[in-house]
Ligand binder design. Structure first.
Ligand code: SF4
Ligand code: F3S
Length: 106
């Protein structure tokens, strides 16, 4: 399955949600997650993310493995998002910043 990782936090560009063929992106206040039970591993979302935040679960960058459980858990709680919308206001400034993990709003 594919996993949304830390660099999505505070950016939330949402380009990913628009291209997913199986509607498996779920939206929280400052992050999106992929429901692992719905993802069909098509990889269509990966090149769409301006923050390069989406990875296969077996190719996660160092320090990002806890996002497997975060996606699974929040994918059950948050509502589905189907269309692209405006990114968060300071997305460009946050894109690429380190240590955003504590800023995740659930
Ligand atoms: Fe959706 Fe495909 Fe991305 Fe999975 S890999 S979240 S099915 S676009
Ligand atoms: Fe997040 Fe990238 Fe989608 S920043 S909302 S994973 S396009």
């Amino acid at each position: 399955t594919y996993v949304v990782t830390e660099n999505c936090i505070q950016c939330k560009y949402t380009d990913c949600a628009e291209v997913c063929p199986v509607e498996c992106f779920h939206e929280g206040p400052n992050f999106l997650v992929i429901d692992p039970d719905e993802c069909i591993d098509c990889a269509a979302c990966v090149p769409e993310c301006p923050a390069d935040a989406i990875f296969a679960d077996d190719e996660l960058p160092t320090g990002q493995k806890d996002f497997i459980a975060i996606n699974a858990r929040l994918g059950r709680e948050w509502p589905v998002i189907l269309r692209k919308k405006a990114a968060l206001p300071d997305a460009e400034e946050w894109n690429g910043k380190a240590n955003k993990r504590p800023l995740l709003v659930e």
